[in-house]
Design a protein around this ligand. Structure first.
Ligand SMILES: NC(=O)c1ccc[n+]([C@@H]2O[C@H](COP(=O)([O-])OP(=O)(O)OC[C@H]3O[C@@H](n4cnc5c(N)ncnc54)[C@H](O)[C@@H]3O)[C@@H](O)[C@H]2O)c1
Ligand SMILES: [Zn+2]
Ligand SMILES: [Zn+2]
Length: 368
């Protein structure tokens, strides 16, 4: 079929809104009509050309939610009309990692996905017969996408899809960092560095886990205000003295759990150093720039502090995205404050500008 998509033609240039061709789903694949899609830093990062693993031309976008329009042969878990959230991190339930119960990093389609292909090594996207590669296995800046069944989470159809789409990346990453990677304990003291989509999600995750004190640290007073709405008990402006302040307020020990959601390695170090001696766990969710390293004094680890990395919040997407969406429907997660702008696909470059200006938390593309 022919459809409109936002194509990354040249790195560093605006996306081009144009018509492309989309082939039918093959075995194990599903055709999804997008209804909403968030615009995330990773899209901008790739569009800028800074990401060394990026490729073009490609259709960007990975925070999608929509409705199943057709299924290919051998698809068993989805049918036409189902509401789905796209997963850049699939869950096959069969590979060594999925069966281990110890990680959400499914191995099933990684190699081809990283290269921009669907699992069989080809693309469904093309233009004038020339293939266009799929981005993160999702390519949701488009009216439709074809994706593997194992990379779609079936969600409650009562959930508005413009809210559900945020669970495709940033919000789940933050929630999951607190709920699944760290597994915050009831009554714990938590510090969240960064109050963007990921950090605010982590604040909400700490609250859902029953944390006793949730300190959120950011440079922006406006964003700290949003953190209060998500359950932060304390909001502090960021600065070099923040570690001392955390130690001072925890009888010199540090926080039970710290979370880094800024992508800055100096902040990651603060998050390690402000974790409690004995058992403090620092969870790193931010993505640092290429070549940057985290500087940690080994003594901090000997003293019982631990560091964990968290990809997509440790979520097994097909199992846990639907659970989180249900908790949103139950009123436990307040998504509305995150949706700062609603735009059409034609305005996707405007969404990048808003992001660069740090105007709001998320722009959501509506395909209505
Ligand atoms: N691990 C994953 O799977 C995953 C998924 C999505 C995003 N991410 C990464 O998570 C990070 C956060 O994403 P986001 O969408 O929330 O980004 P964002 O840019 O909206 O938020 C980052 C926040 O950090 C704050 N900040 C900057 N310097 C600070 C400092 N010194 N101390 C405290 N706060 C500071 C900024 O003011 C901003 O509010 C990014 O690095 C992103 O690439 C990771
Ligand atoms: Zn993202
Ligand atoms: Zn797997």
């Amino acid at each position: 079929m022919r459809m409109t998509a936002a194509v990354l033609e040249q790195f560093g240039e605006p996306l081009v809104i144009t018509d492309v061709d989309l082939d039918e789903p093959k075995a194990g694949e599903v055709l999804v009509r997008l209804v909403a899609c968030g615009v995330c830093h990773t899209d901008l990062y790739t569009a800028s050309g800074v990401d060394p693993s990026g490729y073009a031309p490609t259709v960007l976008g990975h925070e999608g939610a929509g409705v199943v329009e057709a299924v290919g042969p051998a698809v068993e878990s989805l049918k036409v009309g189902d509401h789905v959230v796209t997963l850049f991190s699939p869950q096959c339930r069969e590979c060594e990692h999925c069966l281990s119960g110890q990680t959400n990093l499914c191995l099933a389609i990684r190699a081809q996905q990283n290269l921009g292909y669907l699992p069989d090594g080809t693309t469904r996207l093309s233009r004038d017969g020339e293939p266009i590669r799929h981005f993160m296995g999702t390519s949701t800046f488009a009216e439709y996408t074809v994706m593997p069944e194992i990379a779609l989470a079936k969600v409650n159809p009562e959930a508005p899809l413009e809210a559900a789409c945020l669970f495709a990346c940033g919000l789940s990453t933050g929630l999951g960092a607190a709920m699944y990677t760290a597994g915050v304990r009831r009554g714990a003291t938590c510090v969240v560095f960064g109050a963007g989509m990921v950090g605010l999600g982590a604040v909400a995750g700490c609250r859902l886990q029953g944390a006793g004190r949730i300190i959120c640290v950011d440079l922006s007073p406006d964003r700290l205000e949003l953190a209060v709405g998500q359950g932060a008990t304390d909001t502090w402006l960021a600065g070099p003295e923040i570690v001392e302040r955390i130690l001072a307020e925890t009888r010199g020990f540090g926080a039970d759990y710290t979370f880094e959601a800024t992508g800055r390695v100096d902040v990651m170090r603060q998050a390690v150093e402000s974790a409690r001696m004995g058992w403090g766990l620092c969870t790193v969710a931010g993505v640092a720039g290429k070549g940057e390293t985290l500087d940690v004094i080994p003594r901090w680890l000997i003293q019982g502090r631990r560091i964990a990395g968290s990809s997509f919040g440790g979520l097994r997407g097909r199992d846990q995205v639907p659970e989180l969406v249900n908790r949103y429907l139950a009123g436990e997660i307040d998504v509305e404050p995150f949706i700062s702008h609603r735009l059409s696909l034609r305005d996707v470059n405007r969404a990048f500008e808003l992001m660069e200006a740090q105007d709001g938390i998320r722009s959501v593309i509506s395909f209505a």
